[in-house]
Each structure stands twice: as structure tokens, then as C-alpha cells.
Design a protein around this ligand. Structure first.
Ligand SMILES: NC(=O)c1ccc[n+]([C@@H]2O[C@H](COP(=O)([O-])OP(=O)(O)OC[C@H]3O[C@@H](n4cnc5c(N)ncnc54)[C@H](OP(=O)(O)O)[C@@H]3O)[C@@H](O)[C@H]2O)c1
Length: 276
């Protein structure tokens, strides 16, 4: 990857996770710029990844091929209003959860925009990023791919509402998996394993099963059946899990998450309307 200049406004958790993957494929990390209010964060990012850092946003943003908005949603209106003149011709990629592209468009007065919903495993290159492009420019799509490909799986969403649905499945999904890990660990502890053994057994069970699923052409149901046998042990467990309405409960959980994602988006839109 050469030549492209990308700036992050906000050098916090998610920006540093994405940058940590980008530097594995970008020839020149100095082409990655980061602006943050916090000097210590900038120093750490420069030390770790050799990226170019800035304590202030400003005119330099207009020289970028892409500016990634990586501040908290509540910090975003101020950032957009302050930098409007430097972003008027620049491709802007927002990772702010629940912020709709029409609101960014209103605040910037332009529509070379893209919205992305990443999840925390992007740091390991095993994340999922949902992408909704408003910009129609092919070079912007290529820039998105160059930035996000090293982070894991990319799902191109054809409607913006798909981002809310994706938030419920993969955006918040790591939390569901951590709950499941905690349940496996708790049982292992109760059965007398040490804390380390219980932790590692849980992690390897999820990692191993996910790796099997990733490499296999079989459905999850078919892979599950391979562990179960009539009269065996696994079927006694899966009877309890299925009997407790596990799949329905997970669906209800994700519907609640999607509803909240929609609400947050609407709340942000109202704030933008008021600010106009
Ligand atoms: N973390 C996740 O799992 C996740 C997942 C999906 C999407 N996202 C989205 O990613 C975005 C960033 O989240 P995060 O967890 O990385 O947040 P974070 O760790 O708080 O990072 C945001 C950074 O931006 C800085 N900042 C605030 N205003 C600024 C300004 N005007 N100019 C420059 N820097 C500024 C903040 O400084 P201060 O701390 O001093 O305010 C902070 O260092 C959010 O919009 C979030 O919705 C996060």
C-alpha cells in the first residue's frame, strides 16, 4: 500500500486497533496521520506504529485521501463543525456508532461519506466491519478496502438500516461470546479445574470450534450433530440448552440491541436538527 494519506481524528481504542492492522500492510506508516487532544496517546501511537501525529486538526486535513472520524458520537458535531472547511472535498469515513450518514452530510455539506461499524476483534485481524458507502467514487471504495481489509471480514451493506442489524449481530457480538466464555469458565471452576485451566478450556473450545466452522463447508447444525450421538453425553447438554429456548432468547437479545441502535441514531438526528 503506497501513497494514500489517511487521517484519524481521535486516536483512542478503535482507531489504535484499526491502525495496528493497517501498519502490517501499508509500506509507509507515516502516511497514517492521527489527531488527538491527548499528547500521551499520540506519543504512544507514534512510538508503537511510527504514524504522524498532530495535536490540532486543521488545513492539513484537506491534503488527505480519507479522514476517519474516530471520536465518540457526542464529540462528533463539534469536530465536524470545527473542520467543515477542511473536509469540504475530502472523503470521510465515520466509525461513530449510531450516527447516520445524512447527519454527517448535513453537518459537512457534502456527501463523500462512508459509515463503518467495526467490532473489537479488528485488533487481531479477525474483526467484522459493516460498510455503508454514500460516496459513489470508485477510488473511495478502494481506499476503504485498503484501510479495512487487514482488520478482518468486510460486509458491504446496501442500505444504512443494515448497519443497525449488523451492530446487533457482530458489533455487539463479542459481548455475547464473552458471556458464553464466562459461563463455560464458571462451570469448569465448579467442576474443580484451576482458574487457569477453566479460562483456557473455555477459550480453546470457542477458538477451536470457530476455526473448525471457518474451515468447513458444513452448516453449524451439521457440525453440532457430529459432536452429538444418540445415547451419548453431548445430547443431554444440548437438550437442556435447546429446551431453554436458547435460539429465541438470542434473537430477542439482538432485536433489543438493534432497537437501541435505531433509537440512538434518531436521538443523534434530533440533536443535529436542534443545532441547525
Ligand atoms: N470501542 C468500540 O468497541 C467501538 C466499536 C464500534 C464503533 N466504535 C466507535 O468508535 C469511535 C471511537 O470509540 P473509542 O472507543 O475508540 O473512543 P475513545 O477511546 O474515547 O477515543 C476517542 C478519542 O478521541 C479524542 N478526541 C475527542 N475529541 C477530539 C477532538 N476534537 N479532536 C481530536 N481528538 C478528540 C478523545 O480524547 P478524550 O478522551 O480526551 O476525549 C479520545 O482519545 C466512537 O464513535 C465509537 O462509537 C467503537
Amino acid at each position: 500500500m503506497t501513497g494514500r494519506k489517511v487521517a484519524f481524528i481521535g486516536g483512542g481504542n478503535m482507531a489504535s486497533a484499526i491502525i495496528s492492522r493497517m501498519v502490517s500492510t501499508w509500506d509507509n506508516p507515516a502516511c497514517i496521520h492521527v489527531a488527538d487532544k491527548n499528547f500521551e496517546k499520540l506519543e504512544n501511537l507514534h512510538k508503537e506504529f511510527n504514524v504522524t501525529t498532530h495535536q490540532e486538526t486543521g488545513e492539513w486535513l484537506s491534503e488527505m485521501d480519507c479522514v476517519v472520524l474516530a471520536v465518540k458520537p457526542q464529540q462528533l458535531p463539534e469536530v465536524l463543525i470545527q473542520n467543515k472547511e477542511f473536509l469540504k472535498d475530502t472523503f470521510v469515513l465515520s466509525i461513530a456508532a449510531g450516527v447516520k450518514t445524512k447527519d454527517i452530510e448535513k453537518l459537512l455539506g457534502q456527501n463523500r461519506i462512508c459509515r463503518v461499524m467495526p467490532n473489537t476483534p479488528v485488533r487481531e485481524g479477525l474483526g467484522v466491519c459493516g460498510i455503508f458507502m454514500v460516496s459513489k467514487e470508485e477510488k473511495d471504495k478502494e481506499t476503504v478496502e485498503a484501510i479495512l481489509k487487514p482488520t478482518g471480514l468486510l460486509i458491504w451493506c446496501t442500505t444504512e438500516s443494515m448497519i443497525d442489524s449488523l451492530t446487533a449481530v457482530s458489533g455487539s457480538g463479542p459481548a455475547y461470546v464473552f458471556l458464553f466464555l464466562a459461563a463455560l469458565e464458571k462451570a469448569a471452576l465448579e467442576f474443580g479445574f484451576t482458574a487457569q485451566e477453566a479460562h483456557d478450556m473455555a477459550v480453546y473450545t470457542i477458538l477451536g470450534s470457530s476455526t473448525l466452522a471457518l474451515k468447513s463447508d458444513e452448516t453449524f447444525t451439521s457440525l453440532c450433530k457430529k459432536v452429538q450421538s444418540k445415547g451419548g453425553t453431548t445430547i443431554e447438554a444440548t437438550k437442556v440448552i435447546e429446551g431453554s429456548g436458547f435460539a429465541d432468547m438470542m434473537l430477542r437479545a439482538m432485536e433489543a440491541c438493534r432497537t437501541r441502535a435505531i433509537e440512538l441514531g434518531d436521538e443523534f438526528s434530533k440533536k443535529v436538527e436542534k443545532a441547525e
